[in-house]
Ligand binder design. Structure first.
Ligand code: FMN
Length: 299
């Protein structure tokens, strides 16, 4: 059985303390944000800085970006040997950023489904743990299905599908009808992703046969409580979330960098009255303590 609820990988946001926070609220699995295989292989001494995985995380996956089957597989082995608590590996095939696409990785791979299959097959040979990929949909169902079938032939364990095209970026709505049709056609577990607000919504999608599991990204950035269908209670609830993030950071890594706390604080205040003014104050605060005080003063 694969887990049902996943926290999505969000570059420069879903660090280990944040992932642990989401797990406290019920996220059953988490995925580390993208790691560049070339950077990892070229600077093995920096492995500890780049892979911030903890044995306390449950069902934690490491996401790699790359386009060379041998290099990606070698990196996966290096990570697996150094961090045996890695429960699964993911190949990023959906990142639309120019930096990633320029290296032939991320969404550039969707133009070459056979290459995705080759990379996965090589990864499967080098690590003794499940491997999946995260893709976006293509313009037509037929093209998307063909790509999924090719990927499926690699022996992959599951498939994460974000229901938007590369061209759409993050605009418009995720196409859940397309995800549902893919789910009906492929035989490996499908983890659906795109615009899910909370655990309740995700479970409804599973119940209605649209996917086997669900992955939440942006809604969890604003409120890790979405994994328990919980809204934080006003400004006080937001402060508690921020304090818990800081506490987890201090306990497992050390004092957090103010920039990491700032970005969390700015997201957590979404939805409270006067959130724009609060955001502004958090952004102007210099220290972690000042950021927390912005919220405490407003209670
Ligand atoms: C700021 C930001 C950073 C992201 N970083 C990654 C990443 O590192 N790897 C990845 O596969 N997807 C990344 N994504 C995509 C998300 O994982 C997810 O697929 C997307 O946000 C759709 O899900 P949602 O509607 O629940 O947010 C990122 C998205 C955002 C908004």
């Amino acid at each position: 059985m694969i887990p049902e609820s996943y926290l999505a990988p969000i570059h420069e946001y879903t660090d280990m303390p944040f992932r642990l926070l989401c797990q406290e609220y019920g996220a059953q699995a988490v995925c580390l944000p993208l790691l560049n295989t070339k950077a990892l292989i070229n600077k093995p001494k920096k492995l500890g800085q780049m892979v911030d995985i903890s044995a306390l995380e449950r069902n934690a996956g490491v996401q790699l970006v790359g386009s060379d089957p041998v290099l990606v597989a070698k990196t996966a082995r290096l990570v697996f040997e150094s961090y045996p608590s890695t429960e699964w590996f993911n190949l990023n095939c959906g990142c639309p950023s120019n930096n990633t696409v320029g290296t032939g990785g991320g969404s550039a791979l969707m133009r070459q489904p056979q290459r995705i299959a080759d990379i996965v097959a090589e990864m499967k040979r080098s690590v003794d743990t499940p491997v999946n990929v995260k893709i976006r949909i293509k313009e037509s169902f037929e093209e998307t299905l063909q790509m999924c079938k090719t990927i499926e032939s690699s022996g992959i364990d599951s498939l994460i599908v974000h229901g938007r095209t590369v061209k759409a970026g993050y605009s418009g709505k995720a196409d859940w009808q397309m995800i549902k049709r893919l789910h009906e056609e492929i035989s490996i577990p499908l983890i659906g992703n795109g615009d899910i607000s909370n655990d309740r919504e995700g479970r409804e999608l599973i119940k209605n046969g649209l996917c086997d599991s669900f992955m939440i990204g942006r809604a969890a950035m604003k409120n890790p409580g979405v994994f328990r269908n919980e809204e934080p209670d006003g400004v006080r609830g937001r402060r508690k979330l921020l304090e818990r993030y800081i506490e987890l950071h201090e306990r497992h890594i050390g004092p957090p960098h103010p920039a990491d706390v700032k970005v969390k604080g700015v997201n957590f205040v979404t939805g409270v009255p006067d959130s724009a003014a609060l955001r502004d104050k958090i952004c102007r605060a210099k220290t972690v303590e000042e950021m927390v005080n912005v919220l405490a003063d407003k209670e």
